[in-house]
Design a protein around this ligand. Structure first.
Ligand SMILES: O=P(O)(O)OC[C@H]1O[C@H](OP(=O)(O)OP(=O)(O)O)[C@H](O)[C@@H]1O
Ligand SMILES: Nc1ncnc2[nH]cnc12
Length: 170
């Protein structure tokens, strides 16, 4: 199955110049969605992680079934102001907006090996931000995994310190 068939590009969304990768047809196909989850699990199998950190909001869609299948904890990395307890925060400039993300301060600690999961790696700034949060709390980033990677935005060069797993590259 070619997952690319389920990810159309929408020109100039949400701002002019951005080619937006639309995951909703993939989500609408139970077979394609299952395939994408299974392939992320297979692709990350050798990374040795014991927690999965998931990016608000689309990252949750893949992190949750991965964590369910692997029986691992999920750590939400949320947009600012959504977490109820003490949190660490980080800011980055993405492809079309400025983002502040937060993680609960007790979500990660020394000795934890964390896999970061998202739907799309575009500029790679959200993954880098997630790595900073994990490392600030003393954890180790076991890898970065996403369904889609936009190779033309150069994320791979920013994430050379970490294993990166992606299923569909544009
Ligand atoms: O590699 P980057 O340039 O950081 O871009 C990728 C991020 O951008 C999108 O999230 P967005 O902030 O649009 O939020 P959403 O999941 O709530 O739609 C996407 O789901 C990734 O999290
Ligand atoms: N081009 C893009 N398509 C879908 N999600 C994105 N997040 C950041 N850039 C994106």
């Amino acid at each position: 199955m070619d997952l690319t068939d389920y990810i159309p590009s929408v020109a100039d969304f949400p701002i002019p110049g951005v080619s937006f990768k639309d995951i909703t047809p993939l989500l609408a196909s139970p077979e394609a969605f299952r395939e994408s989850v299974d392939r992320l699990i297979e692709g990350t199998a050798g990374l040795g992680f014991d927690k999965i950190a998931a990016f608000d909001a689309r990252g949750f869609l893949w992190a949750a079934p991965m964590a369910y299948q692997l029986a691992l904890p999920i750590i939400p990395i949320r947009k600012a102001g959504k977490l109820p307890r003490e949190a660490v925060s980080d800011t980055y400039r993405g492809e079309y907006d400025d983002v502040v993300v937060e993680m609960h301060a007790d979500a990660v600690g020394p000795g934890d090996r964390v896999l970061l999961v998202d739907d799309v790696i575009a500029t790679g700034e959200s993954m880098r931000s997630g790595c900073r949060l994990v490392e600030r709390l003393g954890g180790t980033v076991a890898g970065c995994a996403a369904v889609i990677e936009l190779t033309f935005l150069g994320a791979a060069e920013k994430l050379t310190a970490y294993p990166v797993v992606s299923l569909v590259r544009f």
